[in-house]
Structures are given as structure tokens and as C-alpha cells.
Design a protein around this ligand. Sequence first.
Ligand code: GLU
Length: 509
Amino acid sequence: MSYNSIRVRFAPSPTGPLHMGGVRTALYNYLFAKKNNGTFIIRVEDTDQTRFVPGAQEYVMEALDWCGIMPTEGPGIGGEFGPYIQSERKDIYRPYAEQLVNEDKAYYAFDSAEELEIMREQAKLMGMPNWQYNSVTRSSLKNSLTLPQTEVERLLAEGTQYVIRMKMPRNRDIRFHDLIRGWVVVNTNNLDDKVLFKSDGMPTYHLANIVDDYLMRISHVIRGEEWLPSAPLHVLLYEAFGWDAPEFAHLPLLLRPDGNGKLSKRDGDRLGFPVFPIDWTTAEGELYSGYREKGYFKDAFINMLALLGWNPGTTQEIFALDELVEAFSLERVSKAGAKFDPDKTKWFQQHYLRAHSDFELAELLFKHTDGSHSAEKLEVVCHLMKERATFVQDMLVDGAYLLTRPTQFDTETIKKKWKNETFTLMKEWLEELKLVENFKAAEIEETFKLFLAKKEIGIGSVLLPFRLCVTGVGAGPGMFDIAAFLGKDEVVERIQLGLKVIDSIVNEA
Ligand code: GLU
């Protein structure tokens, strides 16, 4: 296979919003395609009309667009192998299903849902809870294998409802190679006669998936581990049609932070982190929060996702998208489930926040303000706050005192740290400050040091009180930088006001 014939697809079903595990699947497909000069395709698998959720397809496209991993063929994009939405390809599938029936590899089954339910119930009563339509039970059911040919023709002519089922061979080992898992062997006795074509005239996922992967010349099927149990059937279908199967790569599951089970869509908001790329509101008005709206940079999200199940084989952790393309290989995807780590995700976010210039951050921060602060001012806020922030908007909250006078004071710290003599010291320091002519950080610091030396006191006895008066809180960026930014008049006034407030806190009851 030459390199430019690498074609991979991400095949979401529009049954709801795309979970971050789905985005990872899309990402690995994207990385694999780009790395190998191949083509990344999106195909919407909407043959199960009962599970169709309006807006889900648009959500997938918006999420991939936000992540910067758009396909080059797909719905709304075009390409030689379209349409890329299975419901628009409806007429393609029936002849393939009928071909299998004609070749005795599949059959018509006329059993009604009620009849099958009765079979299941009876089996349960006889101690067989997992009744299946399979190579054993099919011989006593209502299908084209058991009914006389004339009866089958009559039922079909009368328009009786039917499905087409795969005629699973008995006791055969299906072997296939998975690029991540190695050889996989499954005996057909463990597989049922899956429905390939439904009574509503639509193919099932299995048939449509195989036919489309074939027609769209997919070279590699890269998808979640939950599809591994379907792979033997898919391998058999390729064989039944006489087509070469693509390569398979089943990606490891994403696990909860404690490693206990699969990361589900409900976990996120319950455990305090998003599991969706972007916000999703259900028809009932329930909101599932997304990384984008929480304020994550897409680069942080992508970087984190890339390392959930893949490693570069080095200690490098920070990767831009083009570096991921360069480094990615399916061989380095692990078999074991990948534990999602919300703290690590924040770590990536902090990294990308700091990697932005003050100017860029100020532009982003501006969108979170009422527009009353100048760009220059916001740039300084970003400069001072970015080392301590995780999200852009944090800087407005944690650094609110840079833009407006504090209205709240950290009572706990004040009660713990403020001593009686602190009032006098602060008043003396205030007088010294007033005399600083060039009110710049270095000059203020110089004056401060001289003051400490003169009073023969340690740094803590005035720096923290100084900070508390000016900012209301006990920690933050360099205090001399803050003072220089605010300017002498403002600092002087804040100290005077702060001392009054602190006096009432210290002397209360
Ligand atoms: N439509 C399947 C899904 O919803 C795709 C599985 C596959 O990639 O074959 O995930």
C-alpha cells in the first residue's frame, strides 16, 4: 500500500454530543492521516433513526473545528466518495444485503419482535438468560433457512416485515490483526446472527460501516475499544463480500480519574470537570459543560487528549498540533485503559496560558470585562497575574484589586497575622512611601529595604500588612510591581482606607 492511499475516517453517530473520548478518536485519526500524507474523512453514521438527536452532527463539526482537526472529506465539505451521511446513502446498502442472501451468507428472518421476546422469556425460565438468535437457535425460528422457498417468496410478496441476518458459521475461529492489540481470535460460537438490514429499509451499523469503509477506500479503521467485539463480524463481512479488510486499531478506553470504570458523560459535571469539548444543552435544557466554554485553550485540550493513551517514547509532554503529527504513531498507543487526570489537564492549560504574550492575553481578557479598562492596563494585569492563573478569566477575579479597590478583606489572615504594632509600622511606612519620587517597582523596593534596615525589622512584618491594605488579600504577584502599577496616589489612599477597615476587623469584639 503506497503512502498516499492512507485513508481514515471518523464515523460518529449523531446520537448525542461528542464525548472527549470521541474527540480523541478523531484526533488520532487526524494525526495518523497527516503523519502519513493521507486523508482524514468524516462519515456520519445515522442509520439508527430511533437514536437520532437533532443538532448532534452540527455539534461534532463545531467541536472538531474548535479543536483545529477538520477532515478534508465529509458532510458540508465534499469529496469524491460522498455523500458522507449514511441516511443519504440509503439506497446503496440493500443490494449488498441481498447479495449475501443470494450467496447463502445471510438470510431473511420474519420473526416479530413479540415472538423473539417470547423466546427470550422462555429461555430465561429454562435457566438461559442470554438467549440469542444464532447458528443453533436459527434452525427453529421463522426464517428463509427454515421455511420452504415458496413460503419465503409469499411472505416477501405480501410485504411481511423482515430483517436480514448474518448467517454466522458454526465453530470457526476468526483471526485478525489489530495494530494496537496484536492478534485477536474469536470463535464464531460466541457470536450471534447480527441483523444487517432492518425492517425500516435501513442497514444496521455493521453493514453500512463495512460497505462504506469499502466504497470510501478506508485503509485503516481507528476507533474505540468498545467496537472490538464487533470486529470479528466485520472481518467475516469483508470475507463474505470478497473484499480486503482494512487494518484495525482499537484505541484504549478512557477511564475515570480513580481508574474505576469508563469515563462516562455523567462523570464530568459530577466530578467537577468537563467531559465534552464544547457545551451541549439537551432538549430538556440540561447543560453538559465543555472545555471551550470553561476557558480551556484548544491546544491544551488537544495536547492533553493526545497523551491519553499514546506516548511519544520520550519525556516530552508539551506538543503543538504539528509536533503531534510529527511524533504520532499507532505503535505507541497503549492497550491499557488511559486514566483521565483533571489536574494534569489544568497543568497543560496553565502552560499554554503562560505561553501566550501579555498582549494576546489582554485581548482575550478584554472580552471578559465591561470594556472600561484600557488595553495597556489589561496587559499589565495579564503580566502580573498570568503565572498564578489557570484560565484567562481567573486573572480578573484573582487580580480584581488591580482594577478596582478591594471591598473584601481576608479577615482570617488579618486576625492571624496582624499585630498591634503593625498599625504604627504601617503608618510609618506610608510616610516613607509618600516620599518616593520615582514611583517605580525598583525604587519602592529600595525604599522598603532601607525602611526595614532603619527599623531593624524583618520583611514579613510590613510586606504582608502592606499587601493586605492595598489588595485585601494575603498573596499575589510582586507587591512592588502592584504598587507601581496602581500609582502613588492610589496606593496611599488604599493604605489609609485599608488601615481603617483592618482596625475594625482587629478590634471587633
Ligand atoms: N458509528 C460508530 C460510533 O458511533 C463508529 C464505529 C466505527 O468507527 O466503526 O462510534
